[in-house]
Design a protein around this ligand. Structure first.
Ligand code: GDP
Ligand code: MN
Length: 396
């Protein structure tokens, strides 16, 4: 689950990470009130208005703008709220902006060269350790830095049993070229950031940029936070921050039905029980010349009701040109699944994509008969290869 920038910053701040302060607003009028309140608290007259959507590169898309007075706050917030923000990380239609963060301007006027760093915390799956990745080249695409100047990216691996050690925090500050107050501030920043990451069960923190102000404060100007969905049960208040408007609507609907569905770009919808079989089935679709339109694991209890629900979900994706159902009847009986497919097909009316059903396991022969005698445009298959061949035929 991803958080908005403002939610991520609140989380960081609660662990003692210094942040660029801000107040979220849903209308231009609220934005003006927020700006007034910030001015009272921080003394700053200038504000940045930042679109709150789950996508990076907002600055490039016109979703982050500086306002030098309250009129500009109102005008810019009015422009940004309601717009479809297109960034290098969104689709061509962009993402609808429902709210903005009104933030204090931390790039002080007259401060010509604020230092911007990049910092992220993530799991290095190779070593099984958390890792702080950081760079002097903040404020720009880290992908570009990785490609063109990889020596400017540093990693600090953290032993999970020990946590971040003081010498490690100092090494980060040193490699970023800091000294004096800024050095100390950076060690505090990175230590608090790492603690926040571990204690919130996050899977990714990305702070770009981390800013050094001309008076040597180190603060998070942006925040991208991804939390581990499997740990949300122990973070109720974080789970409540979920903004379903930012997520793929088909995935949200599938999730509510308890289906494990991930939307993909291809043309062959698939419905499978068991994640391993689902992966193998996606390989099979590729080999047959198709591209999977989704990953869908209906789980061990693939009964008729679940099959029907899954069917409906797959058909919501307009890119689907064929559907492959690949179910192994271990706990569930194949004839029940077959009946579920037939019932769902009839209930749904005009399905105009070919369907291939491979059922293997308990009562597979009965299931095949049911499908073959259903009079519907559904093809049965028993063997894996046979299913692949049929997918290939319907695609060509
Ligand atoms: P992103 O484009 O989605 O990564 O959004 P960021 O939060 O990183 O903001 C984009 C850019 O806006 C930053 O890299 C800064 O250059 C700029 N920016 C952010 N906060 C301020 C601020 O307080 N003052 C000024 N002048 N620029 C800011
Ligand atoms: Mn950023």
């Amino acid at each position: 689950m991803n958080l908005h920038e403002y939610q991520g910053k609140e989380l960081l701040s609660s662990f003692g990470v210094r942040i660029q302060r801000g107040i979220v607003a849903k209308s231009a009028k609220d934005a003006v009130d927020a700006a007034k309140q910030l001015t009272a608290e921080t003394g700053t007259g200038w504000h940045v208005i930042k679109a709150q959507v789950h996508a990076g590169g907002r600055g490039k898309g016109g979703g982050v703008k500086l306002a030098k007075n309250l009129n500009e706050v109102e005008e810019i917030a009015g422009q940004i709220i309601g717009m479809n923000l297109v960034t290098p990380q969104t689709s061509a239609e962009g993402k609808k902006v429902h709210q903005v963060l009104v933030a204090e301007d931390v790039y002080y006027p007259g401060d010509n060269e604020p230092e911007e760093y990049y910092m992220s915390v993530l799991l290095n799956r190779g070593t099984g350790k958390n890792m702080i990745m950081y760079s002097t080249e903040g404020g720009m695409d880290i992908e570009t830095v990785a490609e063109e100047t990889p020596h400017l990216i540093f990693n600090e691996e953290i032993d999970p049993a020990m946590g971040i050690m003081p010498f490690q925090a100092r090494r980060v500050a040193f490699n970023l070229g800091l000294s004096g107050t800024a050095f100390k501030e950076m060690t505090k920043f990175v230590t608090a950031l790492y603690k926040a990451y571990v204690e919130s069960d996050a899977s990714l923190f990305e702070i770009n940029p981390v800013l050094k102000t001309s008076d040597d404060k180190i603060l998070a100007v942006d925040s991208k936070v991804t939390l581990d969905d499997n740990a949300l049960f122990r973070h109720r208040s974080l789970a409540e921050l979920r903004d379903l408007r930012e997520e793929n609507p088909i995935e949200v609907e599938a999730g509510a039905l308890g289906l494990n569905y991930v939307d993909l770009d291809g043309n062959v919808g698939c419905m499978v029980n068991g994640a391993g079989l689902a992966m193998a089935t996606m390989d099979l679709i590729k080999q047959a010349g198709g591209e999977p339109a989704n990953f869908l694991d209906v789980g061990g209890t693939a009964d008729a009701a679940r099959v029907e629900a899954a069917f409906k979900i797959i058909l919501k994706d307009p890119a689907v040109k064929a559907i492959l159902i690949n179910i192994f009847g271990g706990i569930v009986r194949c004839d029940r699944v077959a009946q579920g497919v037939i019932d769902a097909y009839k209930n749904m009316g005009n399905i105009d994509v070919p369907i291939i059903v491979r059922l293997q396991g308990t009562n597979a022969d009965v299931a095949k008969e049911l499908i073959d005698n259903s009079g519907l445009d559904v093809m049965s298959a028993t063997e894996f290869q046979e299913a692949a061949d049929k997918v290939q035929t319907v695609l060509s």
